[in-house]
Design a protein around this ligand. Structure first.
Ligand SMILES: [Ca+2]
Length: 487
């Protein structure tokens, strides 16, 4: 009797395992670079993106999806399920001349999926380390790699500050063409060549629409309705991005993989726009992006920098809709591993939490808080409706916003809510004690020649006092904030 019961259990377990293996979806992550909140057809209307809209229409839109403010940080958070401050990547991005990378002790999403039987491919901008072979995607869990290792390249020449940077696996590639088009073509080819009986993890990390703002004429011409030249060229980059997504859609359909492919789409950080206060990380003199109601953009800890358009789609399984759950990019790691039936146990503790029930069953987010940034000179945390931002370099500054009621972060409520400031500040302080030394700052400290630009900021008080009206056409950008502390 006992034996029969054990056998029955074993049989049941085996059947479940078979069902689960057959059920495991292909996973495709589509991640644009510096895409603004309002720069998709379904969100803004000015730039048409029919292919991305078609994905979004049948998917679940994630209305409170937070990322890190900079490229390398978001990629690292997604790939590890752990906050960048745990392993020293909390400051800026890994630059073309940087010697460091994502520490090899960190387990990556690709490694975890590969261990559980997925084939893996990375196409596009890596930016998680390039100075040593062990940092490369092909050593970090990906079977295949095509694209740029360091990023920050010219979109046509595909060269950056230290020369040509376009690769196929571990060899330089001489492919000619616009990077976004090449990335779309390669991603489609990966799908076309894939043996669909095995699950696939394809990470498409676009280099668009990030600076430099460049697009071939055919894409720019499709946005002739936009008068501003920078915005029109930026829109051309988004059009190329949408066409590339269209190629991927077609490839999935041709291969019969569309119904069993889970697609995750989100920008790596906010669109690059002139900040309310000039200078500072991620600041640009003229940006093509539009972050809609959100303040500032790439590099900023305000919503424009860290809250991005995002959705998740699984045509055969999920109905469309939306989720207002508080989600951080680190949550994708356990969520995707859960769906893939992969092993979650690992040596380093995860920060991300499984959001599958919150997304698909409209259950509350298991997350109470998101430490948006924990750096030597600044930090931010979202807890419930509240968001605290600290600028810790002198003159120090504290900002507190009630996000659902002040999405533009115009009304600093810090003075009126000392208890909340104290509570959120104490939480940030706890994280700060766990912070690993910043690899970026460490490199700068050791540099003999300081040719790497770095500004400790943006600090609104400091920059508000020296705002350069000439560089900001909109006079409101140079007006000091009303909530500046009394002198
Ligand atoms: Ca970026």
């Amino acid at each position: 009797m006992v034996v029969r019961s054990v056998l029955a259990t074993l049989l049941f377990t085996c059947l479940c395992a078979v069902v689960q293996a057959a059920d495991r979806p292909h996973i495709v992550v589509l991640m644009p670079d510096d895409l603004g909140w309002q720069d998709l057809g379904y969100l803004g209307k000015e730039i048409r993106t029919p292919h991305i809209d078609a994905f979004a229409d049948g998917g679940i839109r994630l209305n409170q999806f937070y990322v890190q403010a900079q490229s390398s940080q978001t990629r690292a958070a997604l790939m590890t399920g752990r906050y960048p401050m745990r392993y020293g990547l909390q400051t800026l991005s890994i630059g073309p001349r940087s010697a460091y990378g994502l520490p090899v002790e960190e387990r990556t999403l690709a490694q975890a999926l590969k261990e559980s039987g997925y084939r893996t491919a990375f196409v596009g901008k890596w930016q998680l380390g390039h100075a040593k072979p062990e940092f490369r995607p092909t050593r970090r869990g990906f079977d295949r790699f095509y694209g740029t290792l360091a990023g920050e390249i010219d979109h046509v020449r595909k060269a950056g500050a230290v020369g040509p940077d376009w690769w196929r696996d571990e060899k330089p590639s001489k492919d000619i063409g616009y990077d976004t088009t090449l990335i779309g073509r390669e991603a489609a080819a990966v799908i076309a060549k894939h043996d669909a009986s095995q699950p696939l993890f394809l990470f498409v990390s676009f280099n668009a629409p990030a600076a430099p703002i460049q697009a071939p004429k055919e894409f720019v011409d499709r946005n002739a309705h936009i008068r501003d030249e920078t915005r029109r060229t930026y829109a051309g980059m988004v059009t190329a991005l949408d066409d590339a997504v269209g190629e991927i859609t077609t490839a999935l359909a041709k291969k019969g993989m569309a119904a069993n492919t889970l697609v995750v789409f989100h920008s790596d950080n906010g669109g690059a726009v002139p900040h309310k206060y000039p200078t500072g990380d991620g600041d640009v003199a003229r940006g093509g992006a539009d972050n809609g109601p959100y303040r500032d953009g790439q590099g900023s800890l305000h919503e424009g920098g860290v809250r991005v358009p995002a959705f998740i789609k699984w045509a055969g399984r999920l109905d469309g809709g939306y989720s207002n759950a508080l989600i951080h990019v680190t949550d994708l790691y356990p969520t995707l591993l859960h769906i893939a039936g992969a092993k979650l146990e690992q040596r380093k503790a995860l920060d991300g939490v499984d959001q599958w029930s919150a997304i698909t069953e409209s259950k509350p987010s298991p997350r109470e808080e998101i430490p948006i940034a924990v750096e030597d000179h600044r930090a931010a945390i979202r807890v419930g409706d509240w968001k605290l931002i600290l600028f810790t370099t002198l003159p120090a500054r504290v900002e507190l916003y009630d996000i659902p009621h002040d999405q533009g972060e115009e009304d600093n409520a810090a003075d009126r809510n000392p208890t909340i400031v104290q509570d959120l500040g104490a939480r940030l302080q706890k994280y700060a004690w766990d912070m690993a030394p910043s690899k970026h700052l460490d490199e700068l400290r050791r540099a003999r020649t300081a040719d790497l630009p770095f500004v400790l900021g943006p600090n609104p008080i400091r920059h508000g006092a020296t705002a350069d009206a000439d560089s900001r056409k909109d006079p409101s950008l140079t007006v000091e904030r009303a909530d500046r502390p009394k002198q």
